[in-house]
Structures are given as structure tokens and as C-alpha cells.
Design a protein around this ligand. Structure first.
Ligand SMILES: [Zn+2]
Length: 462
């Protein structure tokens, strides 16, 4: 097609690239793809989206979230509507689904069909293994297009979210290494957590703060060490699914220095929430790993600035509200936070508060998660040939309101309800089509597509 022909769509605004911001710029789109990027007067197009004065960010890629942990695959519909409203155009969905986790290529393909029917945004999918193994499915799950694998050192649920014992995990890593995909690991030490929890319960210590006290930092770092030793042994890319501690990233760096493929991500809550917040939020502030001290939040930002955090995700887990209500026993409450619709506004706000540019968000919440999940160069940035996915941020003074969450009624709660935000999502574009206009989700269930991993190149090899 000649460049003289008008583009299908032009978006104007301040274009946020991963290394700089093009003020007064434009992005031109043909079909579903970015065809030109520039500054000054935009070229002719059939449709013009004037976002002048706003930030045109790449659509966010959430590298870690759960659509179906509490409701099964029907949960895809609401969670991805919330993603559309939050400027998140690609989500990497965890495999710990109700009633069955994604442990076979057949289940994986079934889930892909549900994505094509239910999703409002594009989705990449994790696979996992059974507690008793089933490692012969690993190659087939990778072949079916999985972006990564997930396993756990801690047992949240014996069937859905099991602890994988050391021999099985070692064998699984060896098998996963042959696929080139990363193995993301839920990192908490089973024995320590169980013992500390039993002791707290026996002593009648069941108030919210005891969630933190029964999962102290050592419970995370013990698990980090085990999985990184297994990475060194097997050559697998082993990734901490959520480090609440700067030390997790420091350990990954040490192991990389010794030739292992080790990395880790931060969830956004660990960049701002502290133990005082679970006292305030009670069950609605419970997640695993738990919130840490204010000093640890500062160390996390030190790790961010040092460039040793792989990417930032949400760990979005839209539990029904009753599962989060505290009635005297914090251990009876479901672990996990909602975070999809607040992701972009909050990340932007945290960067403003820390004096960091929006390009950090383009890198840490789009480019890097896309790279770690092998979705690049199609996803993860505003560049020629990439999918035309955008998150449009209007900056100013706003307050996050959980009642505006676009998900099923009992999932409209947020630990950030009432928080001052420096931006709101004014529009979202997915492959050249508007899916959120600042008030309403324009996408329909099925607008979103499954995005298979594009290649087997490891993010740690480049
Ligand atoms: Zn998770």
C-alpha cells in the first residue's frame, strides 16, 4: 500500500516511548498495526483521535493476573472488561483456574476457545503442571502457545494451586528448559508459613497484622534460594512471580552473575503498600506475599532504579467481596487484590511521586512484560509493525473510585479506593479500535484474542 493513501487512524498527543516522550506527536495506523510515528502535523487519515495534551502510552501488558481463580473461565469476561477500562490491552493469565488448573494441552486449547468467546482484550496464557507431575504435557503446552509456566513452592489449594515438591520441580525445570519458556514461581516456604500460622492461631492471634507476621521476609527468600539453585542446576529461566523484597531481585542478580537464568517481577502493591495498610484494609489488604515495611518499599524503589526488577505486574485477583471480608480471622480470608483498573493511574501516580518519567511505565508495564512472555515485537511498545494498542492517560488530580470498576458486581472493590491519582485512563485502543472511551467499554466479549508466544528467545539472552 502506498504511503500517499490516507491512514486508517491517526492518534495525536504526547507519545510515550520506552526511552523518551515525543511531545505533540502522532501515531498512524493501518488496519491493526502501527505504520508511522512522528511529530508535528499528522498525515491524512480516515479517522483522527485527538488526544492532544494527553499521554499516548503503549497499551499496558499485565504479566501476572488471575481471571479464573475464583469463578472459573466465565471470569475472563469481567476481568478483561476491567482491563479495557484500565488501559491494559494484553493480560498474561495465570493457570490456577476453577475447577481445574491448566495442566494439559487439551485444557489449554479449551481455555483459548473461551478467550476467543469472552475476552475484551488480548490474552496470553500460562500453563502449569499437576502436583503429581504430568511433565510429559510441558512440551505440548508450550507448542500450544503458552507464554510461560507457573509453579508454586507453597500450597494454596491441593488441586488448583498445589505445592510442587523438590524432585518434581527439579524435573519440571529441566523439561521447561528445553522449551525456552520461563518458569514463574510463587515463592513462599511451605514449612515456615504453616508452622508460624499454626502457632499464631493457637495463641489466638488472628487479627490482620498476623498475616504479615506469619509470612516474614525469610519465608520468601528461602523459597527464592531453592528455585534459583534449581535454575542453576537445570538451565531453566526461573522467575520470581512476585518479590515483595528488594533482596529477591538482588539474589536473582547474583545468580545471573553465576550463569543462571534468574529474574523476578514486582507487583505494584509492593511499591506502595505497607503493613499499616493491612491493618486499615483488613481482608481487602490480604495478599501473598504480604505487604512489608515502609523501609522495604524504599528498598524496592532502589531495586527499580538499579534496573534489577524485570517488570511490574498487578497479580489482579478479583475475589468475590464476601471472600475478602474479615470477621475476626484473617487466615480465613482469600489472598489476592484487585488491581487491573487502577494499574495505569496508580503506576503513573507513583512515578510522579518519585520524580520519574512516564517512559518508565512504558518500559516496566508494557515493553518488559511483553519481552519476558515472548509477545514482542508484536506487543509491548509504540513501534512500527507492532499492534496498535494504546492507553491514553489524562493527567490531573483524580480520586480512584471502586464503584466505577467494570467487572461483576461482587468484584467492585479495590485496596486503592479513595486514593489520590495523578491520571485517569481517558481511552484505550486495541489493534486500532477504541475499546474504552473514558466512561464505557466499547469492546464486546470476543473482541480480544489469544496471543501465542511469538518466539522462544529468552528475555535474559538478549
Ligand atoms: Zn498471582
Amino acid at each position: 500500500m502506498s504511503d500517499a493513501q490516507p491512514y486508517d487512524l491517526v492518534l495525536t498527543g504526547d507519545i510515550v516511548l520506552s526511552d523518551r516522550i515525543v511531545a505533540g506527536g502522532y501515531v498512524a495506523v493501518r488496519g491493526e498495526t502501527i505504520a508511522a510515528i512522528g511529530e508535528g502535523a499528522p498525515p491524512p487519515a480516515k479517522q483522527v483521535a485527538d488526544h492532544a495534551g494527553r499521554l499516548v502510552m503503549p497499551g499496558l501488558v499485565d504479566g501476572h493476573m488471575h481471571t479464573s481463580s475464583s469463578t472459573g473461565w466465565p471470569g475472563i469476561e469481567g476481568a478483561t472488561a476491567s482491563a479495557a477500562a484500565g488501559g491494559v490491552t494484553t493480560v498474561c493469565d495465570m493457570p490456577y483456574d476453577v475447577p481445574d488448573p491448566v495442566t494439559s494441552a487439551a485444557l489449554f486449547r479449551d481455555k483459548v476457545e473461551h478467550v476467543h468467546r469472552l475476552s475484551h482484550v488480548d490474552m496470553a496464557l500460562y500453563g502449569t503442571i499437576r502436583k503429581d507431575g504430568g511433565l510429559d504435557e510441558i512440551a505440548a503446552i508450550a507448542e500450544a502457545g503458552a507464554s510461560a509456566f507457573k509453579v508454586s513452592t507453597y500450597e494454596y489449594d491441593a488441586h488448583r494451586f498445589p505445592r510442587i515438591d523438590h524432585p518434581t520441580m527439579l524435573a519440571a525445570f529441566a523439561e521447561i528448559a528445553t522449551t525456552g519458556l520461563m518458569a514463574a514461581v510463587h515463592n513462599e516456604d511451605q514449612e515456615l508459613v504453616v508452622k508460624l500460622t499454626e502457632a499464631a492461631k493457637a495463641a489466638g492471634n488472628t487479627s490482620p497484622i498476623w498475616h504479615c507476621r506469619t509470612r516474614p521476609p525469610i519465608t520468601e527468600t528461602m523459597a527464592d534460594l531453592e528455585i534459583f539453585e534449581m535454575a542453576l542446576e537445570t538451565g531453566a529461566h526461573v522467575h520470581i512471580a512476585h518479590s515483595s523484597l528488594a533482596r529477591g531481585f538482588e539474589l536473582a542478580q547474583i545468580y545471573r552473575g553465576q550463569g543462571a537464568k534468574c529474574s523476578g517481577e514486582a507487583c505494584i502493591q509492593y511499591l506502595t503498600m505497607t503493613e499499616e495498610d493491612i491493618v486499615r484494609l483488613q481482608g481487602f489488604g490480604k495478599c501473598n506475599p504480604p505487604f512489608r515495611s515502609a523501609a522495604e518499599v524504599e528498598r524496592m524503589w532502589g531495586a527499580m532504579r538499579a534496573g534489577i526488577v524485570s517488570y511490574v505486574s498487578t497479580d489482579h485477583a478479583p475475589w468475590p467481596r464476601p471472600r475478602k471480608e474479615y470477621a475476626g480471622d484473617i487466615f480465613a480470608v482469600g489472598a489476592g487484590l484487585t488491581g487491573m483498573q487502577s494499574f495505569a493511574p496508580l503506576m503513573y501516580t507513583l512515578l510522579v511521586e518519585r520524580g520519574l518519567p512516564a517512559s518508565v511505565m512504558a518500559r516496566m508495564c508494557s515493553e518488559e512484560p511483553a519481552r519476558f512472555h515472548g509477545l514482542n515485537p508484536r506487543k509491548g511498545g509504540i513501534r512500527l509493525g507492532a499492534d496498535a494498542d494504546f492507553c491514553i492517560l489524562e493527567t490531573g488530580d483524580f480520586v480512584f473510585d471502586e464503584r466505577l470498576i467494570v467487572d461483576r458486581e461482587d468484584a467492585r472493590w479495590s485496596p486503592w479506593h479513595g486514593r489520590a491519582m495523578k491520571a485517569r485512563v481517558a481511552a484505550t485502543w486495541l489493534r486500532g479500535a477504541q475499546i474504552w472511551d473514558g466512561a464505557e467499554v466499547k469492546a464486546k466479549p470476543g473482541t480480544g484474542r489469544f496471543v501465542p508466544r511469538q518466539h522462544r528467545k529468552s528475555a535474559l539472552d538478549s
